[in-house]
Design a protein around this ligand. Structure first.
Ligand code: PMP
Length: 335
C-alpha cells in the first residue's frame, strides 16, 4: 500500500513495515542481509500481525463482534498480549493477559499502561498445569471468553502467509535466496515459509534457535530436546514444537543455534553502528542470517526479522549488572 494511504486505527496500521539493508552484516558476508522492521508496528512488535490475524478470524467465526462486548484471553511472553490489548481497545473488547512474571518489566508495565487485565504467574514447564498457556486456556473456558491460543491457532501463521511473506517477496522483487528467524509459536516462520516457497521452491528456510531451546534438535532429528537457559524472550521452546511451527515442518530446510553472547554482540552492534535499536530475538536473527549468508556464499540475499525494539528489554539486555551476573558481555559504552 502506498505511503499516502489513510488507514483505520490499530487494525489498519499493522504491517507494511520497511525492509532495512543491514550494512555491516552485508559487508561482512558479501551478501544482502535485510531485516524486516517489525518494531515499527503500532504495538511495537511482529506479534501485532498474529494478534490481528487471530482476532480477525474470531470475528469471521462470529466469536467477537466489533463494538459489542467481548473478552479475549491469552498467555504470552508479552508482545502478543500488547497487540491483542491494543486491537481489543480499538474494538471495545476487554483483554486478559497471562504472563510469567520473569518477563522484562518494561513489557509488563506496558500491558498495565494500555489497560490489559494482567495476570502474572510463576514460570512453569509446559507439562505443569500452572504453565501460563494452560492458565490462560482455563480462564477463557471458565469465563466463556475467546482464547487466542497463539501457539496452536493456525490463524497466526495464516496472517504471516497473507502479509509478511508477500511483503518480503514484493520488497525484494523476488530476489530472496534465504529466510531465517527464531520461533516462539512458529507463526512467523511457518507463514513466511509458505508464502515464499509457493512463489519459489528453492528458497532456503532456516530456523534460528537460542541456546537451550529444543527446536534446533526438532529440525535436525524430529525430537524436541532442550532445557531452556537463554535470556532471550518470546523465542525457543523446551517441550514441544507448537502447532503453528509444526504446520510447516516440511518447508524448513535447516536450523542454526545461536548462543546469548553472539546474540548480544549483534544487538549492541546494530544499535551503535546502524542506529537500529532492537531486542534479543532480532539480534539472534541477524546473527543467524550472517551464518546462513556465509553458508550460501557472496552474492545472495538473506532476509530476517527485526521482531521488536530494545526499549522493551532495557532492564535486562542493557543492564550491565544483569548481564555480568550471568557471565555475559556488557554494552561497552554503558560501563
Ligand atoms: N521475537 C519476539 C520478541 C517475540 O515476542 C516473539 C513471539 N513471542 C517472537 C520473536 C517469535 O515469533 P513467532 O511467535 O511468530 O514464532
Amino acid at each position: 500500500m502506498p505511503a499516502t494511504s489513510v488507514v483505520d486505527g490499530f487494525w489498519g496500521a499493522v504491517g507494511r513495515t520497511p525492509l532495512i539493508r543491514l550494512k555491516r552484516a552485508s559487508e561482512a558476508t558479501g551478501c544482502e542481509i535485510l531485516g524486516k522492521a517489525e518494531f515499527m508496528n503500532p504495538g511495537g512488535s511482529v506479534k501485532d500481525r498474529a494478534a490481528l490475524g487471530i482476532l480477525q478470524d474470531a470475528v469471521e467465526r462470529g466469536l467477537l463482534t466489533p463494538g459489542q462486548p467481548g473478552t479475549i484471553v491469552e498467555g504470552t511472553a508479552g508482545n502478543t498480549g500488547i497487540g491483542i490489548a491494543l486491537a481489543a481497545n480499538a474494538m471495545g473488547w476487554k483483554s486478559i493477559i497471562v504472563v510469567p512474571h520473569t518477563q522484562a518489566k518494561e513489557k509488563l508495565d506496558y500491558l498495565r499502561m494500555i489497560g490489559a487485565d494482567l495476570r502474572l504467574v510463576d514460570p512453569k514447564p509446559f507439562a505443569d498445569p500452572g504453565n501460563y498457556v494452560h492458565v490462560s486456556r482455563r480462564l477463557a473456558e471458565e469465563m466463556g471468553a475467546v482464547w487466542a491460543n497463539q501457539f496452536d491457532n493456525l490463524a497466526n501463521a495464516a496472517a504471516h502467509a497473507a502479509t509478511t511473506g508477500p511483503e518480503i517477496w514484493e520488497q525484494t522483487g523476488g530476489r530472496v535466496d534465504a529466510f531465517t528467524c527464531a520461533c516462539g509459536t512458529g507463526g512467523t516462520l511457518a507463514g513466511v515459509a509458505r508464502a515464499l516457497k509457493s512463489r519459489r521452491k528453492n528458497i532456503r528456510i532456516v530456523l534460528a534457535d537460542p541456546g537451550g531451546s529444543g527446536l534446533y534438535s526438532w529440525v535436525k532429528t524430529g525430537e524436541v530436546k532442550g532445557e531452556g537457559n537463554s535470556i532471550t524472550e518470546g523465542i525457543g521452546q523446551a517441550a514441544r514444537a507448537p502447532g503453528n511451527l509444526a504446520s510447516a515442518r516440511e518447508l524448513i530446510d535447516d536450523a542454526v543455534q545461536v548462543q546469548d553472547p553472539e546474540m548480544l554482540e549483534q544487538v549492541f552492534d546494530l544499535q551503535m553502528h546502524e542506529g537500529i535499536s532492537v531486542g534479543g530475538s532480532a539480534g539472534l536473527n541477524v546473527a543467524a542470517a550472517i551464518r546462513v549468508a556465509r553458508d550460501l556464499g557472496p552474492g545472495h540475499t538473506v532476509v530476517t526479522m527485526l521482531c521488536d525494539g530494545a526499549a522493551r528489554y532495557q532492564s535486562k539486555l542493557f543492564n550491565p549488572e544483569f548481564l555480568r551476573a550471568r557471565g555475559l558481555p556488557t554494552p561497552p559504552w554503558m560501563e
